[in-house]
Design a protein. Structure first.
Length: 152
């Protein structure tokens, strides 16, 4: 079934839009981490919620793109696919999966506990791991995008 031209154009543009959303999520995540390190809890909260919002938008865009047939096979050399692209993609997906429960845990704690209660929860400790896993996953996702859509 052929997609209407407007939908096909959106599916074709989706990888670049998704990369932009993920870049924004990564920046919000890192700036949110830095804000917390500097004691700026309100900025931390706003930036982490923005990162979570970006990831929610990413999921909607990604699932929509894939459901509309926007899947692309790696077009580069077989050696690059086997020794760079697939390992990076595998680590990206694994870290994404590992980060999800940590991120959800911290979102729930951050949204349901008072400011003064949060430091006595696992939120700070879990948050450090969540930021590391999620940041690496997002960065690798961007590398995968570049390999799949820009370099090859």
């Amino acid at each position: 079934m052929a997609l209407p031209a407007v939908v096909a154009a959106l599916v074709a543009a989706a990888p670049a839009i998704i990369a932009l959303v993920n870049t924004t999520a990564l920046l919000c995540l890192l700036l949110g981490w830095r804000a917390m390190r500097r004691g700026r809890t309100r900025a931390h909260r706003a930036l982490m919620l923005a990162a979570a919002g970006c990831i929610s938008l990413f999921l909607i865009l990604y699932v929509t793109r894939v459901s509309l047939g926007g899947v692309k096979v790696f077009p580069g050399p077989a050696a690059v696919r086997a020794y760079l692209y697939l390992p990076l993609l595998t680590v990206h997906i694994a870290l994404s999966i590992l980060a999800v429960p940590l991120v959800i845990h911290n979102l729930v704690i951050g949204l349901t506990y008072g400011w003064g209660e949060i430091p006595s929860t696992a939120h700070p400790r879990v948050g450090r791991w969540a930021v590391v896993l999620w940041s690496i996953s997002l960065a690798l996702g961007l590398v995968v995008y570049l390999l799949l859509n820009v370099l090859y």
